[in-house]
Write a protein that binds this ligand. Structure first.
Ligand code: BGC
Length: 372
């Protein structure tokens, strides 16, 4: 009931804003040249389907409104990201919604925005070690990792199953949260022999430590990072399997941090004749990974409904523009300050529930897939 009420308030706020905002309306998310822009959106890269998905969801949410927004991509470069922020500042943005390429490096860009009196909303990834972040909209990233770890536990075939660990980019604060969430549930099962670590001497050294420090996590992530790059993930997986003794093959479990890396790691494990079966995690519910799950090549994904994140970010932007204080649900310490945050839950998806969670909820259309 309360949720519904909040939804109506937000809808009204959005409608009012649509009417009030008159300058060069560009509902599609790109501004006319030279016009002023109220809300600037900066996303990390077009090379990963996850962020193209976010762009599309922003566009869908903005269609038919008069938001004056512009979406720019940083293409994996912090320098380009800084340039994008400057471009938007020159267009007079009041709000910056930014998903950093590199959490630390983005500090300079948002500090420039703050100097211009702009409200900064970190989107999905936290910007670290600066006080120039006002708000953070995010999914529950610890829960993402915990869900991945739990899935591996629930689907392990036998005791002593080899466990291959992979992580995201160390420049992304989320990579730590995902790993921490997974490690906290996996560690007791490593300590009791349910799993044996196959590809990280650092993780092996820390197998009796449940609460890892940031430095300890860094030492493991340093060994098993994919840098969020499917090619790097593939090369690492190949190297690991080449080095693996026979007792590290057979039925195996693989912690893959996201869908893009999961698919390439799965391809490598799937083509090794000594790997009898594998269970592999993912996240993002990318269309290609949903097809992999239908085909039995990826085991699960963690569905993060980007529509909610977009709605939260734009809802916050509208409230700030209206002179109000956005509602938040908690905070995240970014190494410098506690950043007020709005957090969204995640949903585990596998073969059993993908129809209900992704098709029936209109996230994807049934005809996007074969063999459903
Ligand atoms: C996001 C994930 C994404 C990854 C790689 C993370 O910060 O939360 O959804 O898969 O970055 O882009």
């Amino acid at each position: 009931m309360r949720k519904q009420f909040k939804g109506i308030v937000l809808l009204v706020a959005v409608m009012v804003f649509s009417i009030v905002a008159t300058a060069c309306g560009n509902g599609g998310g790109t501004s006319g040249s030279g016009g002023s822009v109220s809300v600037g959106i900066v996303l990390p890269t077009k090379d990963e389907p996850r962020w193209v998905q976010d762009e599309q969801r922003f566009k869908d949410a903005l269609a038919g409104t008069d938001y004056t927004t512009e979406i720019l991509f940083s293409q994996g470069s912090s320098a380009k990201e800084k340039e994008n922020v400057e471009t938007l500042l020159n267009k007079g943005i009041k709000i910056l919604i930014i998903c950093p390429q590199d959490g630390d490096a983005a500090a300079a860009a948002v500090e420039a925005a703050k100097k211009d009196g702009v409200t900064v909303i970190a989107y999905d990834r936290l910007i670290t070690n600066t006080d120039a972040v006002d708000y953070y909209v995010t999914f529950d990233s610890l829960a993402v990792g915990a869900a991945q770890g739990q899935y591996l536990i629930d689907n392990a075939k036998a005791s002593g199953q080899p466990l291959y660990l992979y992580a995201g980019a160390a420049t992304d604060n989320n990579a730590f949260l995902f790993f921490q969430g997974a490690w906290e549930v996996l560690q007791p099962k490593i300590a009791d022999g349910t799993f044996k670590i196959a590809n990280s001497t650092e993780a092996e050294k820390l197998k009796d430590t449940k609460d890892l420090s940031r430095d300890q996590m860094s030492s493991i992530i340093g060994q098993v990072t994919t840098n969020w790059d499917p090619n790097e993930a593939k090369n690492k997986a190949q190297t690991h399997l080449t080095a693996a003794a026979a007792d590290m093959k057979g039925d195996v479990s693989i912690l893959a941090p996201n869908d893009g890396t999961a698919r390439s790691i799965a391809d490598v494990f799937g083509s090794d004749s000594e790997v009898t079966s594998y269970v592999i995690t993912g996240q993002d519910a990318e269309q290609a990974s949903i097809q992999y799950i239908i085909d039995g090549k990826q085991s699960m994904t963690v569905f993060k409904d980007v529509r909610t994140l977009v709605k939260d970010a734009m809802g916050m932007a509208v409230e700030v523009l209206d002179g109000k204080t956005p509602e938040t649900t908690g905070s995240y310490n970014n190494g410098s300050v506690d950043v007020k945050a709005k957090q969204t839950d995640v949903i585990v998806v596998d073969k059993e529930n993908l129809q209900k969670e992704l098709i029936d909820s209109d996230y994807y259309k049934a005809e996007d897939f074969t063999g459903l």
